[in-house]
Design a binder for this molecule. Structure first.
Ligand code: FE2
Ligand code: FE2
Length: 143
């Protein structure tokens, strides 16, 4: 099997809000763990467990981020919330497909790819704007 890509956590993914950055790091780690599990052929159980963890953790993170965005009246709050809702739907669909596929490796690879793409894309396109807004507000209130 080809080696799956791993994420390097780097400055470009940082949004500048400590709690959000810590949670994003955990999510990136979970996607990397999923790649390990698939590559090592750890089988259905490990992959299902990882997917359950990611679902739980992502939903918990989304709730936190939405609270922060609302508190600071971020203009991107609604866009962010909608994107989170879409992710939950996409994730559910992927998880169901994996379960129904009898743990097909190709499906696992596709899940990994889509989770990775979504997560990085969302952080860069949406979460960063929230971070910028929160940081700006904090700076202004400190003046
Ligand atoms: Fe977000
Ligand atoms: Fe986020």
């Amino acid at each position: 099997m080809n080696k799956l890509p791993r994420f390097e956590w780097n400055e470009s993914l940082k949004v500048g809000v400590a709690s959000i950055d810590t949670q994003h790091r955990e999510l990136v780690q979970a996607v990397n763990d999923l790649a390990d599990a698939i590559e090592m052929g750890q089988g259905t159980r490990a992959i299902k467990q990882l997917l359950s963890f990611m679902k739980y953790y992502a939903e918990w993170h989304f709730a936190h981020e939405e609270t922060v965005a609302a508190k600071h009246q971020c203009p991107m709050a609604e866009v962010n919330q909608r994107a989170h809702g879409q992710f939950v739907q996409i994730f559910q669909g992927l998880e169901q497909r994996y379960r129904a596929s009898q743990a097909d490796e190709k499906v696992a690879l596709e899940i990994h790819q889509r989770l990775a793409d979504w997560l990085v894309g969302h952080i860069l396109r949406v979460d960063k704007q929230i971070g910028d807004h929160v940081c700006l507000q904090k700076c202004q209130s400190a003046l």
